[in-house]
Structure formats: C-alpha cells, structure tokens
Design a protein around this ligand. Structure first.
Ligand code: PLP
Length: 389
C-alpha cells in the first residue's frame, strides 16, 4: 500500500465541485483545539459569513458537522413533533428523501407529487394547505439537483406563512448559485451543503432557523430522536454567549475551509456570483445545442448551476462518461432516478463555474461524441459558446 494520490479531475457533475487552491490551503493548516480561543473567533466569523450567504439575521445560523443530508435531518428532527402533519413536495430524488426523513421524524406525511422536470406548483400547494388546515410544515427543494429544476421558493414560503405553516427549504444546490433570501422570503428552516456552489469540501451542512422555528424547537414537548442533531444541545457550543461547552469535536480543518470559501463568496458578492452562474450557463447551453445536445428542462425553470441534458440517440451513456473521466479527467454526472440512463447532469457550480470549464466541457464532449459516431461540429460549438461571451 502507498499514500493515496488524488488525480486532478475537473468536477462538472452534481457536486462535489472544484475546490480552489485558496480553500485547499486553508484546509491544510495545523489543527487547533475546537475550544481554542482563535477557533471560537473563527466560528463567529463563519456564522456571520453564513448569514450573508443566506441573507438572514437569524442567530441560529451554523454549519452542521456532516453533509447536506444531515442538514435535512436537523430540520425535520428538530421541527417535527411526532404526529405533526407535514406536506412534502416531490419533484425529484431529494423531495423523495425529504419524505423519508420526515416520516422517520414521526411526521404524518402528505405529499404533492409533481412531474419530474417540472417545478413545484404554488397553486397546487395552496389548494392542499387551504383544504387541510392541520398541516404544520411545508417542505420543498429549492434547487432539485436530480432534475435541474428551480422552484419558486419566494411564493411557496409566502403561501406557507398565509396558512400558518413553518417552511423547510432544501437549498443544498441553490446557496451561492441562484438568488436566495431567507429573511425576505420568510423561510423558517433551511439547509445547504458545502460541496456544491460554495465549492468547499464535502462534509458540512449550513443551516439557519427563524425565530418562529426556534420557538417551536424550544417548546417542543417530545425529546428529539437524535442526540447528535438536537439543536438545543448543539447551541451550547455554537450559540451566541453560549457556554462554548463541548458537544462533539468540531471538524476543525473543514471549518477553516468553509470560512475561506464563504470569504471568497463575500468578496465576489452574491449578485456577481449569480450573474456569473447565469452567464456561463448560457454559454454552455449555446455550445451544447450545436453539439446536438438538448436541455431537458424548460428555460424559465432551469438551474444555471446544474444542467440536465438529454443523451443523444445512439450514444452510450456509461461509455461516454467513462471516456470523459479517463481521457479528459472530466467528471459529469449520470441521470438520477427517473432520468437514469437518458440524461446527464453537467454542473457549473461555484469555483467550477468558469469560461475555462465551459469550453473544456464542450470540446471534450464533442470529441467523445464524434468517436461514438454522433457527428457534431466541435469548433462551431466552441465559437457559439464564445459568442455568448
Ligand atoms: C447533494 C444534495 C443533497 C444531499 O447532500 P449530501 O451532502 O450529499 O448529503 C440534498 N439535497 C440536494 C438538493 C442536493 O443536491
């Protein structure tokens, strides 16, 4: 056995995304204790940078020490009182996961099933909430990574408020990539991940809770099923003016990396980051179109950071992805769930959302498709993408 040597890949799948040198350098610094005074200062800065990224003043805004799915569990385990009726909107794999987690938290789950490739319909949500006033929580995915669809979180949260429901929003793929305003939109509980548009390493889940949500957490009669994710305990470590008492050993180096990636986002500015994602998405779509690769999702609900495309007729899905990885060091994502085998997912997330990556992806994909007998004009595709810039 030898030390592991990671290949240098270009990550253009559904996450993780390319981690910058700056973030890697932050990560590799010497580990300090999780109660070291310098580390406590770093924790405070991370909270404030997360508040910026989420656009919130919520005091309870912290990174959970585990990947995006743990943020999902944190929301449901802390907000669901067993027996609570919860409406989960499902328009892809992560909505399905929400349903599973909600039921494990003891919820009585109602679902709104939407077509794959479509957004959650606010009118359909309103109809259900109006007819079932005992629903306590509305849950949905803002940016569905399995289908490349963005749902209208602003309207959905306004409807939740109108019917006196708390909202739980999955922003794993949206945070840092597309507009997200926690306070303005009245989101009560939100979770994200670090390995998508934040371009940090995987393994952390930023979450934020409104005062209404915190009130429910504090007054919930039942004991949380989870010890690790019980926010009333976690807050003794992360809370403002908290005891800073040991709860679990924080992933110290990962938090160095998160701090750096959030700082990069703040330096660029949220608006500029959204514009950058929109621009490179436009160029990618223009180039793919010339290669004969169509988008699966309607333009008005497409996510710029996650492009779900149809695999052209006669092209071998697995062989193409394997060739891209082996010969070009380029990773793109396979289709998930109902889209498995007939779609690819091309990510333009965070640090990986660049002109260099767009052109590289078009050039490599064009070459591999030609090898496979799908004739296409790569040069023309590249110049079409260039023309967007
Ligand atoms: C990636 C993703 C998750 C899960 O995050 P993990 O870090 O893999 O646990 C949840 N929801 C959405 C929308 C995602 O894209």
């Amino acid at each position: 056995m030898q030390s592991f040597q990671a290949p240098s890949r270009i990550l253009m799948g559904p996450g993780p995304s390319d981690v910058s040198e700056r973030v890697l350098k932050a990560l590799s610094q010497q580990t300090v204790g999780h109660l070291d005074p310098t580390f406590i200062t770093l924790m405070d800065e991370i909270k404030s940078l997360l508040q910026y990224a989420f656009q919130t003043k919520n005091e309870l805004t912290i990174p959970v020490s585990a990947p995006g799915s743990s943020g999902m569990e944190t929301c449901f385990m802390n907000l669901v009182e067993p027996g609570d009726k919860v409406l989960v909107c499902i328009n892809g794999v992560f909505g399905m996961r929400m349903k599973e987690v909600a039921s494990r938290a003891g919820a009585q789950v109602e679902t709104l099933e939407c077509e794959w490739g479509e957004a959650v319909d606010p009118a359909a949500v309103e109809k259900i909430l109006a007819s079932q006033p005992d629903i306590k929580i509305l849950a949905f995915v803002h940016a569905e990574t399995s289908t490349g669809v963005g749902s209208d979180a602003k309207s959905l949260c306004a409807i939740a408020q109108k019917y006196d429901c708390l909202s739980i929003v999955d922003a794993v793929t949206s945070l840092g990539g597309t507009e997200l305003k926690v306070d303005e939109w009245g989101i009560d509980a939100i979770y994200s991940g670090t390995q998508k548009c934040l371009s940090c390493i995987p393994g952390l889940s930023p979450v934020s809770f409104s005062s209404k949500a915190v009130e429910k957490i504090k007054t919930k009669p039942s004991k949380n099923f989870s010890w690790f994710l019980d926010l009333t305990l976690v807050m003794d470590y992360w809370g403002q003016n908290a005891k800073r008492a040991y709860h679990h050993t924080a992933p110290v180096n990962s938090l160095y990396a998160l701090h750096e990636s959030l700082l990069i986002l703040k330096e660029e500015g949220l608006e500029a980051a959204y514009e950058r994602h929109a621009l490179h998405h436009k160029a990618l779509v223009a180039g793919l179109d010339v290669l004969g690769i169509e988008m699966l999702v309607d333009a008005d609900i497409r996510l710029p950071q996650l492009n779900v495309v149809k695999i052209p007729e006669g092209v071998d899905d697995a062989k193409t992805r394997t060739t891209l990885l082996q010969q070009y060091d380029l990773e793109i994502g396979a289709g998930l769930g109902k889209f498995a085998g007939n779609a690819w997912r091309i990510g333009l997330m965070g640090n990986g959302c660049s002109k260099k990556n767009v052109l590289f992806c078009i050039a490599s994909l064009g070459a591999v498709l030609n090898e496979q007998g799908h004739q296409c004009d790569t040069d023309k595709a590249l110049s079409q993408a260039e023309s967007v810039y």
